[in-house]
Design a protein around this ligand. Structure first.
Ligand SMILES: Nc1ncnc2c1ncn2[C@@H]1O[C@H](COP(=O)(O)OP(=O)(O)OP(=O)(O)O)[C@@H](O)[C@H]1O
Ligand SMILES: Cc1ncc(COP(=O)(O)O)c(N)n1
Length: 273
């Protein structure tokens, strides 16, 4: 059930081509039915073919965005994507400590699908030491998990081992995304008292720009709307599977996934005028 009076916030980078980052997050929030807000950490000059430039925003303006948003419209759940530098991570952690949102979803974005580094190498330490422990759920893909645990991941068993290692770093749950392995697209949710496997058939589409951003934003929305962790991940996996199925060719490179807006159900939405 949509509820546009429930606010969700993304703290992430801007993707000028609209497929990933802040733009994917806001589309996902709207499509699932929460009120979306954004704190921009960095601006990328990006299209379906690659990332051609990055400009990080200053700590001051990031702090300012966080404070004015939380002081006016406290989000029920926050998603964190591209964080870029060690200083930006510390600023975000300060904000989280000050406002203590109920759900923090950390997507540890490191390298874009097109191979561009979106996290400075020197920022990895702060990501692991300060940001991951603040997460209600952290959602690494295989290369990110390999980078975090410093070990190769080739099988489902490797995913479980690495997931447990990441869990020991302090988040409440870890969702290991298996999009980068071969065969079915298998994600594994691990928590102290939870172990769930989410499986879908691999869809043979080239247009998968922004899949990780979309999945973590969907989890953020479903948690904010009051679903438990297993149900939130289940619904989000369904969302991303449909979004990939209907992804489309736009631009010359790896196109975006498709976000559905079910306006027939408009009357169900909670939104008091
Ligand atoms: N070809 C596919 N068919 C079906 N599901 C897929 C496919 N590729 C990825 N997924 C699913 O999409 C979600 C995102 O996984 P993925 O591993 O692609 O994340 P990611 O690499 O972080 O994405 P991004 O490239 O946006 O950073 C997961 O639920 C994964 O299982
Ligand atoms: C601003 C921003 N954030 C995240 C991604 C990762 O998405 P992908 O791996 O699909 O390129 C991106 N490309 N740009």
């Amino acid at each position: 059930m949509r509820n546009y009076k429930i606010a969700t916030l993304t703290i992430a980078g801007s993707d000028s081509s609209g497929g990933a980052g802040i733009q994917a997050d806001l589309k996902t929030f709207s499509s699932i039915g929460t009120y979306g807000m954004s704190v921009i950490t960095a601006i990328t000059a990006q299209n379906t073919q690659g990332v051609f430039g990055v400009e990080e925003l200053s700590q001051e303006i990031i702090k300012n965005q966080i404070e004015v948003v939380f002081d006016d419209i406290p989000p029920k759940a926050v998603k964190i994507g591209m964080v870029s530098s060690p200083e930006i991570i510390l600023e975000i952690v300060k904000g989280l400590n000050k406002y203590n949102p109920e759900f923090v979803v950390v997507d540890p974005v490191m390298i874009s699908k097109s191979g561009y580094s979106l996290l400075r190498p020197e920022a990895k330490e702060n990501l692991i030491k300060y940001l991951i422990p603040k997460a209600y759920i952290v959602t690494p893909n295989i290369p990110e998990a390999e980078e975090i645990v410093e070990k190769e991941i080739k099988t489902l068993e490797d995913m479980k081992v690495a997931g447990n290692k990441i869990l020991s770093m302090g988040p409440k749950y870890v969702l290991m995304k298996g999009g980068h392995l071969e065969g079915d697209a298998i994600d594994v949710l691990i928590g102290k008292d939870v172990f769930e496997i989410y499986k879908s058939e691999r869809i043979n589409r080239k247009n998968t720009h922004g899949t990780g951003c979309t999945l973590s934003s969907a989890i953020t929305s479903y948690l904010a709307l009051g679903n438990g962790i297993k149900e939130s991940v289940r619904l989000s996996k369904e969302y991303i599977t449909e979004a990939i199925k209907y992804s489309f060719d736009i631009g010359y490179g790896v196109g975006p996934v498709h976000h559905f807006y079910n306006f027939e159900k408009q009357e169900e939405a909670v939104c008091t005028h």
